[in-house]
Design a protein around this ligand. Structure first.
Ligand code: ATP
Ligand code: MG
Length: 202
């Protein structure tokens, strides 16, 4: 047998084993439930990951509710695109970064107002997916009561999926989540002096 033939034969055996392992794992993963997904970390891609999930959900005809905390801009590509989708409800609920407002009382009041919108979605079974973009800061800065938020998420309608994004997710939220991804910052164009660009950053 030539060395190429040996390589092909070895590859086939490895792939057969791999397929058996993957099929067994798929057979084991037989549960279906509404998931809590947390996308955190310092790297770029948290909100864009959530927007990808929204596209998937809408593609399946699901109803989606989106609450964007902290940020106040309403000229984003994601808002223009998803607001035009009949099954996507979009709320921008922030009034700027905490270092812009520089006013803790104001931040708390804005957070509370935004939370009321999110809470209604989390108590409404007609939403299949609720995205809470940048919610992590409202918990890590103690703008909202941790227990209230976590209990509301825990008691949401069965089958409802929730995606939470933002840096520095608190431990309790990570514990409660079914899936947690920590996006690492290896490099970001901004640090080389490149400005935020439409279609890429907003
Ligand atoms: P994106 O919305 O691009 O997925 P993100 O949600 O992961 O980013 P945020 O903290 O919400 O991260 O970032 C808001 C803005 O800051 C975006 O314009 C994003 O490109 C930029 N950004 C994200 N990560 C970094 C980073 N590590 N360094 C500098 N800028 C960043
Ligand atoms: Mg973000």
């Amino acid at each position: 047998m030539s060395s190429d033939d040996k390589k092909s034969q070895y590859h086939k055996i490895r792939m057969e084993r791999k397929k058996a392992q993957i099929d067994a794992a798929i057979a084991r993963a037989d549960q279906k439930k509404g998931l809590l997904i947390v996308i955190t970390g310092h790297g770029k891609g948290k909100s864009t990951s959530a927007f990808g999930t929204i596209a998937r959900a809408l593609g399946h005809g699901l109803k989606v509710g989106v609450c964007q905390f902290i940020k106040s801009r309403t000229d984003t590509g994601e808002e223009a695109f998803f607001k035009a989708q009949p099954k996507c409800e979009w709320h921008v609920l922030g009034d700027g970064f905490t270092w812009d407002t520089q006013n803790r009382e104001q931040d708390i009041a804005t957070s509370e107002r935004g939370w009321q919108v999110a809470r209604q979605m989390l108590q409404d079974p007609s939403y299949d997916l609720v995205v809470l973009d940048e919610l992590t800061y409202l918990l890590s800065y103690d703008y909202l009561d941790k227990d209230t938020v976590l209990n509301t998420i825990m008691e949401r309608p069965e089958g409802q999926h929730v995606v939470v994004t933002g840096r520095s997710a608190i431990a309790e939220l990570r514990e409660l989540a079914d899936t947690v991804s920590e996006i690492q910052d290896e490099k970001h164009a901004y640090k080389s002096g490149i400005q935020a660009q439409p279609g890429i950053d907003f």
